[in-house]
Design a protein around this ligand. Structure first.
Ligand SMILES: NC(=O)c1ccc[n+]([C@@H]2O[C@H](COP(=O)([O-])OP(=O)(O)OC[C@H]3O[C@@H](n4cnc5c(N)ncnc54)[C@H](OP(=O)(O)O)[C@@H]3O)[C@@H](O)[C@H]2O)c1
Length: 238
């Protein structure tokens, strides 16, 4: 399969790529801004499965809306995308009153506009030679009716935005071969979680959360389209 994973430099995204590398001979584009982390990931994947094809792509996703040419390496080397996992995310844990426009925009740009424009720019490679599953990674904080926490208002709102976009896109595309879903994740032990909830222990590891995401990315499109699915034992921080 041809697979794209954003936010592959650390946490859940890193584990997603490792798991895909181990479960078949896939062509995986791993996107991060950090070249060193990607090189480490490629080395680890080669050890797991020397036949895995991991293409590291050093890219700041905030550039995508203004510079779609940055996706040339992807578009030029494959003609069909089977799975796109929009996993990259930004969390700035700060009270609403003291969060400035630049910080709020950073979260909305990373969590909403970047994945939205990534989908738009890659559409020409989707749903034409088989099914494409677009999987957006949101948060329980952006899930309607979930518990809310101080300091996470803009983050949660930006995650709610990508979740609702997920519901809208099947109606836009009207292509049964492009399926779009969203997983609203609960707490998983990563750098981001440690920053948001210092001192707390998450009920699942990054690897365990990644295992669910990989499984859902491969199979979930057969059962769901345009859906927001909570993946949580409890609300974050409990
Ligand atoms: N961990 C949790 O408890 C939890 C709960 C709910 C939802 N989530 C969501 O799960 C996803 C993964 O989070 P995580 O916990 O694994 O966090 P993480 O370890 O902080 O990973 C986030 C990734 O996003 C990437 N990223 C951020 N801004 C980027 C940009 N402008 N361009 C390219 N890449 C960028 C980072 O890449 P670089 O290597 O370039 O820095 C990093 O690899 C996020 O969407 C997060 O919101 C996590």
């Amino acid at each position: 399969m041809n697979i794209i994973v954003t936010g592959a430099g650390s946490g859940i995204g890193y584990e997603i790529v490792r798991l895909f590398a181990g479960n078949g001979i896939h062509h995986i584009f791993a996107i991060s801004r950090n070249e060193k982390k990607l090189q480490k990931l490629v080395r680890e994947c080669k050890n797991i499965n020397h036949q895995s094809i991991i293409v590291p792509l050093v890219l700041d996703l905030l550039e995508v809306p203004d510079n779609p040419g940055s996706l040339k390496p992807v578009k030029a080397s494959i003609n069909h995308i089977d799975i796109l996992i929009n996993n990259a995310g930004k969390l700035i844990n700060k009270p609403f009153q003291s969060t400035g426009m630049a910080e709020a925009m950073n979260m909305f740009n990373t969590n909403f506009f970047a994945p939205a424009f990534l989908i738009r720019e890659l559409l020409s490679h989707m749903g034409k030679k088989g099914k494409t599953h677009i999987l957006n990674i949101s948060s329980m904080g952006g899930f309607q009716g979930s518990s809310k926490y101080p300091g996470l208002s803009y983050y949660s709102a930006s995650k709610a935005a990508i979740a609702v976009l997920t519901e809208c896109l099947p109606a836009e595309f009207r292509n049964p071969d492009i399926r779009v879903n969203c997983l609203a994740l609960g707490a998983a032990q990563t750098e981001m979680f440690n920053e948001a909830f210092p001192g707390h222990k998450a009920p699942v590891s990054a690897e365990k959360m990644a295992a669910f995401i990989v499984d859902f990315a491969v199979k979930g499109y057969q059962y769901f389209n345009g859906k927001i699915i909570p993946v949580a034992l409890s609300d974050p921080g409990d």
